[in-house]
Write a protein of this length. Structure first.
Length: 79
């Protein structure tokens, strides 16, 4: 089994989170500030260089106004 960060699903997750942030009209700096994290935290998870645990994912989803349940449901459809 390959590491999850190298899968199509993980790449899709990162891409959708980046798109949601942009659609919300937020910069990486703005998201990072709301999360009380450095901008590099946002840049690294968006680039797929850093994994998010489920709690971090939910926190980010809330800030960028992303429906976490819908995204996960869509990721389950990807082989």
């Amino acid at each position: 089994m390959e590491k999850s960060i190298y899968t199509t699903r993980y790449t899709t997750l990162c891409m959708r989170m980046r798109e949601a942030r942009r659609a919300a009209g937020l910069t990486q700096v703005q998201v990072a500030k709301q999360l009380e994290r450095p901008q590099s935290f946002v840049a690294k998870y968006e680039a797929g260089e850093r994994r998010l645990d489920v709690i971090e994912f939910l926190d980010v989803a809330k800030v960028i106004k992303l429906d976490a349940i819908e995204l996960i449901a869509n990721l389950q459809k990807i082989a």
